[in-house]
Design a binder for this molecule. Structure first.
Ligand code: GLU
Length: 296
């Protein structure tokens, strides 16, 4: 709880090593907390994605496996975090219990392909809604809005700032993830070097060895990594982008997108969105107001 204040103000220093593993797992163990949502039986239009998933009694959800607070897999490959809780809320409204969700690891750059080729039914993975992605998939949401910032060694030896101007990164080597908005956004600021990896957790070692000066991505992902690695890192104050998190689904499935948006709005109203936050990201971060969903 003490970190809520730090996040709003001066930066973060935090705790704990957690195992990462696995590619896919079925199950609904709560991990970080979060009670499983009550499974609802309702009637869906014939031929709809909702009816098909309900009939199957299972859903495959792509999420991150290396991001504490949002999607972090335990030793058995079962993830926990805010994104995972949002997935459980959606599954419950389809009549699917948490232990019948198949969780599939998605990294930043395979999210659209996994949705397009049917490897997953939906992606909930700190996934920014933007027009480029909307050319090939659709998004429900947003259900949270993050902002891009920097994780640096504790004490911020290079004096990295959270909202850099055109020359501020001229001496800075940044590490980020391929296929992310973070990569695109930071390249526009012309850092000395951009080191790209597949997952944000892979940026920590380059920072430890001095190969990279900073890791850049969404502030809430950074907060989770600081929390996981006690005393080693901090998040600098400030952000320089807006990252509205959406739920990725196949392009053109308006009925399914409407359904997910309805589930989100209901979760805003009945307190289950806030409970999902409090039991996961809210253990470290302040509780925000939920954003309005965009029924484009
Ligand atoms: N939200 C950004 C994105 O979707 C960065 C975080 C991530 O890569 O998951 O690209």
């Amino acid at each position: 709880m003490k970190f809520k204040k730090a996040f709003a103000g001066i930066g973060l220093l935090m705790a704990g090593a957690l195992a990462l593993s696995g590619c896919a797992a079925e199950g609904g163990a709560d991990g970080d907390g979060g009670g499983d949502a009550e499974v609802v039986q309702q009637e869906f239009p014939e031929g709809s994605t909702m009816a098909a998933l309900q009939a199957d009694g299972k859903i495959t959800i792509g999420t991150k496996f290396d991001q504490p607070l949002f999607g972090l897999a335990d030793a058995s490959g079962l993830p926990s975090g805010f994104d995972v809780e949002i997935g459980k809320l959606i599954a419950a409204e389809l009549g699917i219990p948490a232990d019948s969700i198949e969780w599939r690891e998605t990294v930043s750059q395979n999210r659209e392909p996994f949705i397009q080729d049917g490897s997953v039914d939906i992606v909930i993975a700190t996934y920014t809604i933007n027009d480029t992605r909307k050319e090939v998939i659709d998004f429900a949401g947003p259900y949270y809005v993050a902002g891009q910032s920097f994780l640096v060694p504790a004490g911020n030896p290079q004096g990295v700032v959270g909202d850099p101007g055109p020359d501020d990164l001229a001496d800075i080597a940044v590490c980020t993830v391929v296929g992310s908005t973070s990569e695109q956004n930071v390249r526009e600021l012309n850092p000395r070097e951009v080191i790209t990896v597949d997952k944000y957790s892979d940026c920590l070692e380059p920072i430890r060895t001095g190969q990279a000066d900073a890791l850049t991505t969404d502030n809430v992902i950074l907060a989770g990594l600081v929390d996981q690695n006690e005393g080693e890192f901090e998040v600098v104050e400030g952000t320089f982008t807006e990252e509205p998190y959406g739920i990725g689904l196949q392009k053109g499935d308006d009925e399914f997108r409407d359904f997910i948006n309805d589930v989100l709005e209901q979760a805003y109203d009945d307190g289950s969105w806030a409970s999902a936050w409090e039991s996961t990201a809210g253990t470290v971060l302040p509780t925000p107001e939920p954003p309005a969903v965009d029924r484009y």
